[in-house]
Design a protein around this ligand. Structure first.
Ligand code: AMP
Ligand code: ZN
Ligand code: FE
Ligand code: FE
Length: 272
């Protein structure tokens, strides 16, 4: 049987474009069997907007996407079935709001020193009440005519190794994996092809990584097949998600399809 799920969604509580209520409308339209809102470094969706989730019952899986760094590589670790009040994740979900504001100021400063004059106030306006992420800066760069699109802004200015690159976190993948596992959650490597995080898979497994995001709209069929066989080989659970940050032409709604048996190990591992 095919399932339609999306275990990787963002709202305006981090750098998504849709506010929590609007995202829930999109989720309802998509008709998902299971979903998880995995905002960056915050459980605000569960702490503050829980009422929006009630009608979805057991289709909801609490989640968070933790930003980590190892060497000069940024790695995102998803935590599922974590305590919705954040208890036990204190070490890795410390108030990142302030840290992210300071980091955004550093990035804007570096941009200005390199002749790219965008204003911090424009970036702040885009972030609204949520936390500031690089996508807000990227969109400001696009609007200022400094980049063609968001991806160009990352490639030329704010991505890893660029003039205005500042890492978002000093937490390592190992620390995030351990904290998620110890809280009773399931730790999963997000978008393994990005930043070649997949190369470090054995290391993550040695630190207790439980799963890997196999199905993603950003994966080729080749990627998905390879990740699926690696998951099987190492006894990792498989997850599926689009890293939805808002409707795009390619993906107007959240959701990705997979065989139910590919998700069963993940579902069985969740304590709920
Ligand atoms: P931050 O947490 O502020 O470092 O921003 C990370 C977010 O930026 C990711 O979750 C993606 O949404 C986005 N992002 C990272 N790299 C790229 C890229 N090369 N192109 C477009 N978006 C990206
Ligand atoms: Zn994001
Ligand atoms: Fe991510
Ligand atoms: Fe994400």
């Amino acid at each position: 049987m095919m399932l339609k799920v999306d275990l990787h969604l963002h709202t305006t509580e981090s750098d998504g474009v849709l506010a929590p209520a609007a995202l829930m409308s999109a989720v309802a339209s998509a008709g998902l069997d299971y979903f998880s809102i995995t905002d960056h470094d915050t459980l605000a969706m569960y702490e503050r907007h829980g009422a929006l989730l009630e009608k979805f019952g057991r289709k909801v899986i609490a989640g968070v996407e933790v930003s980590t760094n190892t060497g000069d590589r940024e790695v995102h670790i998803l935590g599922y079935g974590v305590p919705a009040d954040g208890g036990g994740l204190d070490g890795i979900l410390v108030d990142r709001r302030q840290a992210r504001r300071i980091r955004a100021e550093q990035i804007v400063d570096l941009l200005q020193r390199n002749g790219v004059s965008i204003a911090m106030s424009d970036v702040e306006q885009r972030a609204g009440a949520g936390m500031i992420g690089r996508p807000h800066i990227a969109r400001t760069l696009v609007d200022g005519g400094f980049a063609r699109d968001v991806s160009d802004a990352f490639d030329r200015y704010i991505g890893t190794g660029c003039v205005a690159y500042v890492p978002s976190s000093q937490i390592t993948p190992a620390q995030a994996i351990r904290a998620i596992n110890e809280s009773g959650g399931v730790s999963v490597l997000a978008h393994p092809t990005r930043n070649a995080a997949e190369e470090l898979l054995d290391d993550f497994i040695s630190h207790g990584l439980a799963g890997i995001e196999v199905y993603s709209t950003s994966h080729t069929i080749h990627d998905a097949e390879r990740l699926r066989s690696r998951a099987r080989k190492h006894g990792l659970v498989m997850t599926a998600g689009t890293d939805f940050h808002g409707p795009t032409e390619m993906n107007p709604l959240p959701g990705v399809e997979l065989e139910d048996q590919d998700l069963s190990a993940f579902l069985a591992r969740l304590q709920r």
